[in-house]
Design a protein around this ligand. Structure first.
Ligand SMILES: O=C(O)CC1=CCC(=O)O1
Length: 92
């Protein structure tokens, strides 16, 4: 199952820079592990925003929820999930 996911990150203004840097480093490792597994199929920065659009290729809603709720930045994110179905004009 393919999902388009938008993540907006809102770190508290009073979060110490060292703590923010630590969480971002753990987030990067978490994301790159899932990318190597093929579950996190792509990630793009939204120009001018602390946000990304990502594509996930996972087995179920439950698996996606587990992945998203396990993000180290999850407590500081607004997340929008758009499930994608095969388009009838897709030639693949
Ligand atoms: O920087 C972001 O958009 C948040 C994020 C998700 C995965 C990652 O490495 O950073």
């Amino acid at each position: 199952m393919i999902y388009l996911v938008r993540m907006d990150v809102n770190l508290p203004a009073d979060m110490p820079a060292e703590e923010a840097g630590r969480i971002k480093a753990v987030e990067k490792e978490y994301s790159q592990t899932l990318q190597r597994q093929g579950k996190w199929a792509g990630i793009w920065r939204v120009v001018g925003e602390y946000a990304n659009y990502s594509i996930f290729d996972v087995d179920s809603n439950d698996e996606l929820h587990e992945i998203l709720s396990g993000l180290p930045l999850f407590p500081y994110m607004d997340i929008e999930v758009i499930p994608l179905a095969k388009h009838p004009s897709d030639i693949r």
